[in-house]
Design a protein around this ligand. Structure first.
Ligand code: HEC
Length: 195
């Protein structure tokens, strides 16, 4: 009896709270975020892979370095323009230090590193940050081809020298296939998903 009253009181309290704070966003609809974000991530990965592959075939690995250097950010920028979300690559062990993992995202990134694949697809995390932005973080698993050429354990010395000349602090080598190479981060501005 007393317990019932307490529960009723708690429910009223919650209702009052909800009334007072109309600004409070609705609970995050993760399925809807995934439906909007996953195709962007898939397309980014497929386009980049295709461009890398053809650059490697056409001009060799040194030439293809510029694809990862110039084309990857350009693809991310184009996808951002098209979707209204901010899209970028992040990595704990990175080549371009601008793509480091923001401190508050480290825990989620580490979880992806522990299990880069889930149910046959890249693992992901979806959450709303305190500032209202909704983030979709999707694992970029290391693949043997073409990734190992430039991020693997046995990089051609001439290519390695070229990479180090462009990225003196390069930490993005020595990855084994199947491990986490990085993540694609898709960040939706607060309120942009209709919630
Ligand atoms: C021809 C060389 C080359 C190949 C092949 C290559 N990359 Fe890269 N990768 C680079 C370079 C150069 C950068 C730095 C780009 C920049 O300046 O933002 C980079 C950056 C990255 C980053 C961003 C984080 C960081 O380390 O700066 C990720 C993630 C990444 N590569 C994943 C991959 C994956 C996955 C593959 C295979 C599909 C791949 N790369 C194949 C050269 C390569």
């Amino acid at each position: 009896m007393r317990r019932g009253l307490l529960l009723a009181g708690a429910a009223l309290g919650l209702a009052a709270c909800a009334d007072e704070s109309e600004q409070e966003p609705a609970p995050l609809d993760e399925a809807a975020v995934a439906a909007r974000s996953a195709p962007i991530a898939q397309r980014f990965a497929a386009d980049l892979r295709m461009q890398l592959q053809s650059a490697l075939e056409a001009g060799g690995p040194k030439n293809a370095v510029s694809v990862c250097r110039d084309v990857a950010p350009a693809l991310a920028e184009a996808a951002s323009q098209e979707s209204g979300a901010e899209i970028r690559r992040i990595a704990a062990r990175n080549r371009n230090p601008e793509g480091s993992v923001p401190g508050e995202m480290q825990g989620r990134y580490d979880a992806l590193a522990e299990a880069p694949m889930a149910g046959g697809a890249p693992a992901r995390r979806i959450w709303r940050a305190e500032d209202g932005k909704v983030h979709f973080m999707s694992a970029i698993p290391m693949a043997e081809q073409p990734c190992s050429t430039c991020h693997g354990r046995d990089i051609d010395p001439d290519l390695a020298a070229h990479i180090v000349s462009l990225y003196p602090e390069d930490a993005a080598t020595g990855f084994a296939p199947g491990t986490l190479r990085g993540a694609l981060l898709i960040s939706w501005p607060a309120g942009s998903l209709g919630a």
